[in-house]
Design a protein around this ligand. Structure first.
Ligand code: UDP
Length: 344
């Protein structure tokens, strides 16, 4: 059985739903402290197959009890704080929650002889791009604390895979977006952060008249096509599928990661679409999908934002046989459906 941390969060809940739909008899152990996630994101037709524990990852006694109570084969680790801007203002919150809690969790997990982990990493580990699109060999020099904390765990996993039998995949997400909102309106799930800081939900809120203020466009003087930041928006269900494939990859008896000659049992994979969209492209997509204008206000750059982050996902395509299915307009359309049917 799988154990999923941060399962009530935005990406975690999409993974849970996707996994349970793909694996019709499977059950899941999910752990979430519910500080940011929402329990409603785990309801719907499959919730009788979810064993939920509300606990902090760093609570070693509680985690040891959970590992003892279930036959866990692998962990998918989503739980983290993930606001770039906040990480610049409260770096120690990020060190504590993303690094220290995860290290405590890993210690308990390995002591319980659970040897497989798929880890939520991020393109923010790369920092300012030296070339684009970014492949996995690009230097990792994060320019914000969020990215640094994710890189620290990537390094911890690498070290542990060299000193133990751990097998892992670090999945470097580009900009997760969109929602699983179109198929089951009465149990739709989607993005719901408090406070919301992400571009697509804020642009939709501005277009739909749900916001008191215009959408702030952070920076107009970046060295990009139209002066605004370029990002690579990847649908959450495309991410969910990649996690399912990564689990199968690392479960394989002959899995060797990046450097088979050094016996390293881990791999890092970029998950994005290879299509860069500027902030203004996103605003245009939101206007097209909603048929409404997005009131905008140009403001200064947001600290910690690299000018452009676009994925070269050819390695994920080669080793997982994975390709994203959703383009930007479809991502925005699904996020719009969620905004129209929002439950939390
Ligand atoms: N952005 C913006 N206005 C906002 C929120 C975000 O201009 O209100 C920009 C931000 O500077 C970045 C892009 O949109 O270039 C995506 O930001 P988001 O916070 O959605 O994701 P991040 O790239 O930080 O993971």
């Amino acid at each position: 059985m799988l154990l999923v941390t941060g399962a009530a969060g935005y990406i975690g809940s999409h993974f849970v739903r996707y996994y349970l739909k793909q694996n019709l008899t499977a059950e899941l152990v999910v752990v979430d402290n519910l500080s940011l996630g929402n329990l409603l994101s785990l309801d719907g037709s499959c919730n009788s197959r979810i064993h939920l524990y509300k606990t902090a990852l760093g609570n070693s006694d509680a985690m040891a009890g959970i590992f003892a109570a279930h036959e866990i084969d692998a962990v998918v680790h989503f739980a983290a704080n993930a606001y770039v801007g906040e990480s610049q203002i409260q770096p120690f919150k990020y060190f504590e929650n993303n690094v220290i809690e995860t290290l405590k969790f890993l210690q308990v997990m390995l002591a319980a002889e659970v040897k497989q982990m798929v880890f939520s990493s991020t393109c923010a580990t790369y920092g300012n791009p030296k070339y684009s699109p970014l492949n996995e060999d690009h230097p990792q020099r994060p320019i914000n604390t969020y990215g640094s904390t994710k890189l620290m765990i990537e390094e911890a996993l690498r070290a542990l895979a060299l000193s133990s039998q751990l097998k892992y995949a670090s999945l470097r997400y580009f900009n997760a977006a969109g929602a699983d909102a179109t198929s089951e309106k009465d149990c739709a799930i989607g993005e719901s952060h408090e406070p919301e800081s992400h571009l697509i939900p804020l642009a939709l809120a501005a277009a739909m008249g749900k916001s008191d203020t215009p959408l702030k466009i952070f920076g107009s003087d970046y060295p990009t096509r139209d002066g605004t930041c370029v990002r690579d928006y990847i649908h959450v269900n495309d991410l969910a599928e990649a996690h399912c494939l990564a689990l199968k990859l690392i479960a394989g008896a002959d899995f060797k990661g990046d450097m088979a000659e050094s016996a390293e049992n881990g791999i890092a994979l970029n998950l994005g679409t290879a299509n860069g969209a500027t902030v203004k492209d996103v605003v245009a997509a939101v206007e097209k999908v909603t048929g409404k204008a997005v009131p905008c206000q140009q403001v200064d750059r947001r600290p910690g934002d690299p000018p452009a982050l676009v994925a070269d996902f050819s390695k994920a395509k080669a080793v997982l046989g994975w390709e994203p299915q959703f383009n930007l307009e479809q991502v925005v359309e699904s996020a719009y459906q969620w905004e129209l049917n929002r439950r939390f």
